[in-house]
Design a protein around this ligand. Structure first.
Ligand code: ACO
Length: 432
């Protein structure tokens, strides 16, 4: 067995350095000692978009992208999707272990007791234009929550952290549903604490004049599974935002608003909305070849395909494809599914996508399910943000308790102008 070190030789100086390898990683600051002379600030690691840089040690989620494995706290996603509930999975992510019956009952009670939002939040939401995008409303409203809970600033107090966690997990579905009701001009529907987490959310979304909303059990369970699949995904763009913003020691509501904003982008959680719009634009199976030709020429992307980590298949995508059949049994088949299935089939046999290891990701089929369930397309990223709140909070809790973490502050490779003197306006060239 060799030594757990990496020997680096700087060919500029001929000097060699032994850098320790720990957990199959080397510490980037160790490269700072590699200098040409005493004036040299030392080597930095250049890694735009963090393609091979670990920013933390984590015990929450494991992904093996080549083998299509996703584990939450060691439990395979397939088993959780089949046997767990979203609230139990959220507990697992946040606390590290599956709860016993007593702990689960008290967790469920605590989350349920926080589902109502302050009436002023309703007033705040009324201020948005009638056609405001629900994800924009969500980002702003979650940020606004920080002003309602100034105690959330006490991030070193475990009790404060615990309460904010309950508040956020509980209030996200309420705010999300209010965003939708605002857009369609319907009165906000208050939470019904007799219903399950997803049943209550469906009620707040779709309740009309009935005294008691009764969710369809198949759709309620389908949403539960979709929430489990979206609950965490280690250091993705929005989670990195949550950790990075949280590293300034701001309250978790503000950090989570930033994470929601990161999720909104079409390359991340906005992809489910973008997929549906793409499928609508393609319109019919006969238009697929022309569409793919445009993608291959670089005129747009095949949304819902490709992943930074999964280079074989996305295990969540497999579960979702199966789930789609169960949902369509109740709702009727979404006609866009035919376009999606054919698009996937053709793309998977196409040299362009094969060479780049581009496979369907979690978002490729979620949109067709959500649409069949009656969710408007612009609610799709919001549906992602609700369950991901559990993951963001678990990652935030891990970060604030990690003694190695400090304020996130990357380095840069500066390629701009060297120091120069200010030039008065009248002395600047006319064509500058
Ligand atoms: N369609 C067409 N080409 C693609 C796609 C795609 N969906 N994804 C990647 N490529 C191509 C790129 O053009 C690039 O080709 P090149 O080497 O010829 O320049 C190559 O594949 C590598 O792509 P990158 O953008 O470097 O890969 P990266 O790991 O940075 O991006 C990402 C991953 C953002 C997911 C990308 O695959 C993408 O844009 N997919 C579409 C959007 C999407 O579905 N996002 C959801 C991701 S899952 C989630 O966040 C929940």
């Amino acid at each position: 067995m060799g030594k757990d070190t990496l020997t680096v030789t700087d060919n500029r100086t001929g000097k060699s350095y032994d850098i320790p390898i720990e957990n199959n990683a080397v510490r980037a600051p160790a490269f700072g000692q590699i200098k040409v002379d005493a004036e040299d600030p030392g080597l930095t690691i250049y890694d735009p978009a963090f393609q091979n840089t670990a920013s933390c040690k984590s015990r929450i989620t494991f992904i093996d992208g080549d083998r299509g494995i996703l584990l939450y706290r060691g439990y395979p996603i397939e088993q959780l999707a089949e046997q767990s509930t979203f609230l139990e999975t959220a507990y697992l992510l946040l606390k590290g272990e599956l709860p016993n019956a007593e702990h689960f009952a008290s967790w469920k009670h605590n989350v349920t007791m926080h589902t109502i939002v302050h009436e002023s939040i309703k007033d705040f939401m009324d201020g948005f234009r009638y056609d405001a995008h629900p994800m924009g409303m969500l980002v702003a409203t979650v940020g606004a929550l920080s002003t309602f809970y100034p105690d959330a600033k006490r991030i070193s107090d475990p009790e404060s952290r615990r309460i904010q966690t309950h508040r956020l997990i509980a209030k996200m579905p309420t705010i999300a549903a209010f965003c939708h009701r605002h857009a369609i001009g319907m009165p906000y529907a208050y939470p019904d604490n007799d219903l399950s987490y997803t049943g209550n959310f469906l009620g707040m979304m779709f309740k009309m004049t009935e005294l008691k909303y009764e969710p369809n059990p198949v759709l309620e369970r389908a949403l539960e599974i979709l929430f489990i699949l979206h609950a965490d995904h280690e250091q993705n763009c929005s989670t990195n935002a949550m950790r990075s913003i949280g590293s300034s020691q701001v309250d978790p509501f503000s950090a989570l608003a930033g994470a929601c904003a990161a999720l909104y982008g079409p390359l991340h959680g906005g992809a489910n909305e973008a997929v549906l719009r793409m499928l609508q634009e393609i319109g019919s199976v006969s238009h697929i070849p022309a569409f793919l030709e445009r993608v291959k020429k670089g005129e747009g992307r095949l949304m819902g395909f490709g992943h930074r980590i999964y280079k074989n298949f996305d295990p969540r995508g497999k579960i979702i494809k199966q789930l789609a059949h169960e949902v369509f049994e109740v709702t009727g088949r979404n006609p866009l599914t035919d376009v999606a299935v054919e698009l996937e089939r053709i793309a998977l046999q196409d040299e362009y996508f094969m060479k780049r290891k581009l496979y369907p990701n979690v978002d490729f089929y979620t949109g067709t399910i959500y649409q069949a369930m009656g969710f408007p397309v612009d609610m799709f990223p919001v549906l992602f943000a609700i369950p991901r709140t559990a993951g963001w909070l678990a990652q935030w809790l891990e970060m604030v308790q990690d003694e190695e973490q400090r304020i996130a502050r990357p380095r840069q490779v500066y390629l701009g102008s060297p120091a120069r003197d200010y030039v008065a306006m009248e002395r600047r060239p006319k064509d500058a």
